[in-house]
Ligand binder design. Structure first.
Ligand SMILES: [Fe+2]
Length: 253
């Protein structure tokens, strides 16, 4: 399996606090059946993309020295902010530096009004945004069909394994399953920030997704689609279905 969203770089963001934690996270990933981890530190233009790539190379060397057979793929979790529009294409962190896909996150409480502009500015540079943990945004919990608009624009959608297991509460768990059941998800990822218990690994997320999707469908989310992304290839998507919430019944007496 390939995990496209992990805060594994040491002392870079709110993820692994030092190299030993990075190595523990790497060992745990390998144990759960992961071959590639995409390092996605939060990106607010600092550290620069060049610096992130250098840190990925350093971690890869440390894994080699420790005898851990795991490939680190450079990337980032880009915080949606208007300044992103002004960056040159080569300054924008993309998976494996292919200039093809990036991971984009929004504030949880409200999708900002400039989100569409940021998405558009990436698309015109030939970069497909993958919307990080789409199920966790309050606006999506209130209206899961908001995700249809992102897919329609040309974005891809990532859901956290922990959301499927209720790590972020019942509303987010339900939303994650609604997105899965309506073909609105293209990737499952751990979004691990440590090797602690809060973060659910890809193997557990895979099992949870199998409750509602076929083996082949889940394989696309944890192996096939991620493999295309780290190789800079297009990801084929099925037409998503519109979510129709069940109408509440009111009893008159
Ligand atoms: Fe993240």
């Amino acid at each position: 399996m390939i995990d496209i969203h992990v805060h594994i770089l040491p002392a870079t963001d709110d993820g692994a606090k030092d190299v030993s934690m990075s190595l523990e996270m790497a060992q745990a990933a390998v144990k759960s059946g992961v071959t590639h981890v995409c390092a996605t530190p939060h990106f607010y233009s600092i550290p620069s993309w060049v610096e992130i790539k250098n840190r990925c190379k350093a971690l890869q060397n440390q894994l080699k020295q420790a005898g851990i057979d795991l490939t680190i793929v450079p990337s980032s979790e880009i915080h949606s902010q208007p300044e992103i529009e002004n960056l040159k294409p080569e300054e924008i962190p993309t998976y494996n530096d292919h200039g093809k896909h990036c991971l984009l996150e929004f504030p949880f409480r409200q999708i900002p009004i400039y989100a569409s502009n940021v998405i558009f500015s990436l698309l015109v540079k030939g970069i497909t945004p993958i919307i990080a943990h789409a199920e966790r945004y309050s606006d999506v919990v209130n209206d899961p069909n908001l995700v249809l608009d992102w897919i329609d624009k040309g974005c891809l959608i990532q859901v956290n394994c922990g959301s499927l297991l209720g790590a972020f509460g019942e509303n987010i768990r339900k939303t994650a399953y609604i997105l899965l059941e309506h073909d609105m998800v293209h990737f499952l990822a751990s979004d691990a920030h440590s090797n602690g218990t809060r973060f659910i690994n890809l193997a557990e997320g895979r099992e949870a997704a199998l409750k509602t999707l076929s083996e082949q469908e889940v394989q696309a989310l944890v192996v096939e689609n991620p493999r295309k992304v780290i190789n800079g290839l297009n990801v084929d998507v099925r037409d998503p279905k519109v979510y129709k919430p069940k109408k509440k019944r009111f009893w008159l007496f």
